[in-house]
Unconditional design. Structure first.
Length: 109
């Protein structure tokens, strides 16, 4: 997405489902938007689990990213997820790591 769309798009992040048909999603039902959000969290969690991290929803407006030792950060949107993960772990996280991809393909996460 270009920077201008990000500025003019309003408070909703482009990765989140919107209530308006045709904007970010075809789903206008609140329950369906919550399901989509839960699905995004589950997908991201499959990858983050490889690094010993967990991701959860916070008030349907942000995410909570935590390490196994209890370090926690609030993440505004999925754009900031990897930078925050690397900050918490103190090392890089590569979602395209070949070992991670094999694990996801073999064990389903």
């Amino acid at each position: 997405m270009c920077a201008l769309c990000g500025v003019l798009g309003g408070s909703g992040h482009w990765t989140d489902a919107a209530a308006r048909p045709g904007v970010f999603t075809r789903n206008v039902d609140g329950l369906q938007r919550r399901r989509e959000r839960a699905h995004r969290i589950a997908c991201a969690s499959r990858v983050l689990n490889y690094y010993g991290l967990t991701l959860s929803d916070w008030q349907a407006s942000s995410y909570v990213l935590s390490t196994a030792t209890g370090k926690t950060e609030i993440v505004d949107n999925l754009t900031h997820l990897w930078a925050t993960a690397e900050k918490l772990l103190g090392r890089s996280c590569d979602p395209l790591d070949p070992d991670l991809i094999v694990r996801l393909e073999t064990f389903g996460g």
